[in-house]
Ligand binder design. Structure first.
Ligand SMILES: NC(=O)c1ccc[n+]([C@@H]2O[C@H](COP(=O)([O-])OP(=O)(O)OC[C@H]3O[C@@H](n4cnc5c(N)ncnc54)[C@H](O)[C@@H]3O)[C@@H](O)[C@H]2O)c1
Length: 353
């Protein structure tokens, strides 16, 4: 028996991981306590997603456990022990703005929760692959100090800059910038995951994501950019753009493309690798561009307002350079670009909003 432990299994990336690894006949152990509804309210609950997984896969076993609770987690690791061949850790408090409200909760989930899982993996299944979904927010607001130029619908990096062509690579410093409370708790988890690789020789891989997206996202204003934007486009709900003239750029990767990265790592793991991952130059947009595309797909004008105050720690321009991952795993390819992602979210949300 090969067991995949997937934390945050009801969430966007967790549920896509369940589907991908269930297909490969793993016994899936999903851990999710629907904390997303505590963070962002009932509309962001992922309970429906867990129910669907239970219906879809007889090899899916759900545990309604909080990853801050070491003792409860230990019971799970103890049950499966050396059968555990991969841990995909996606459970998190994922929002900048929310983190400042309850720093202890944020740090408890993001940093302590990650340490719990690393330590239990070391204790019960040291040979398992351990994947951690970090974030590009570990770079703090350093990207905002790149030489930016304003274009009609987006900010861009001065073309002569080394990161202009392919995006930002992993050599950017994660030190001495403003991260937000959320960014700082993710830094702690990111560095600890690296350390369990370097120090204990565990097969850890860290993915520093740009915007991760897909129709499974329970989009809320504070998290789930494209899913929430599309929800507003479809329902007529007011969408608020915060600062930077709506020209801030994000790269967007579909959850299925990301979990394909996990599968590649599983097949050929390395130790303590860090990857920037996102849509790269292949799939990115500014807010204004995303609004325009959504209007075209939905077939009506969006109801949006501009708030002349950027979110703290928000990036003005972020595009991931994914070439390090592509060099290590050349068989991995994108299946989605921004238009295809938005269309899929639209069809996914139809009937649900
Ligand atoms: N979505 C993005 O744009 C994005 C970007 C960069 C990084 N990330 C990171 O990727 C990971 C997955 O993101 P996502 O968009 O799938 O998030 P998500 O919110 O959709 O899913 C996370 C799941 O974890 C669960 N959870 C939260 N706290 C928990 C706890 N204490 N115990 C058990 N379960 C808990 C939630 O209920 C939710 O179902 C997170 O680590 C996030 O920080 C996401």
């Amino acid at each position: 028996m090969s067991v995949a432990i997937i934390t945050g299994s009801g969430g966007l990336i967790g549920s896509a991981s369940v589907r991908r690894f269930a297909k490969e006949n793993f016994t899936i152990v999903g851990i999710d306590n629907d904390f997303r509804s505590y963070f962002f309210g009932e509309e962001a609950s992922t309970r429906w997603s867990v129910e669907k997984l239970k219906e879809e896969f007889s090899n899916y076993h759900h545990y309604n456990v909080d990853i801050r609770d070491y003792n409860e987690l230990e019971k799970i690791f103890n049950e499966y022990q050396k059968d555990i061949s991969i841990v995909i850790h996606t459970a998190a408090q994922p929002s900048h703005d929310w983190a400042a409200k309850e720093p202890f909760t944020d740090f408890g989930v993001n940093a302590l929760g990650t340490l719990n899982l690393l330590e239990l993996t070391r204790k019960y299944a040291i040979h398992a692959v351990f994947i951690f979904t970090s974030t590009n927010k570990v770079y703090g607001d350093l990207p905002n100090f790149l030489p930016l130029i304003e274009q009609e619908t987006r900010w861009e990096v001065e073309p002569s800059h080394p990161w202009a062509r392919y995006g930002i690579d992993e050599t950017m410093s994660i030190d001495q910038s403003q991260h937000s409370i959320f960014g700082a708790s993710k830094v702690a988890a990111d560095v600890m995951t690296q350390e369990y690789g370097r120090y204990f020789g565990m097969k850890t891989a860290i993915f520093r994501g740009g915007c991760l997206t897909g129709p499974q996202h329970a989009g809320a204003e504070l998290h789930g950019f494209l899913a929430y934007l599309m929800k507003c486009a479809m329902t007529g709900r007011e969408y608020r753009i915060y600062g930077y003239k709506g020209k801030q750029v994000r790269d967007n990767i579909h959850a299925n493309d990301l979990v394909e990265c996990f599968w590649e790592v599983y097949k050929s793991p390395r130790v303590a690798e860090v990857y920037n991952i996102g849509g790269s130059r292949h799939s990115n947009c500014s807010l204004l561009e995303a609004i325009k595309m959504s209007e075209e797909i939905v077939g009506k004008k969006m109801n949006y307002v501009y708030v002349d105050q950027p979110r703290r720690g928000d990036h003005i321009w972020w595009i991931s350079d994914v070439r390090k991952f592509q060099n290590h795993y050349p068989q991995w390819k994108y299946k989605y670009d921004i238009r295809k992602i938005l269309e899929e979210i639209y069809y996914g949300l139809k009937g649900r909003v």
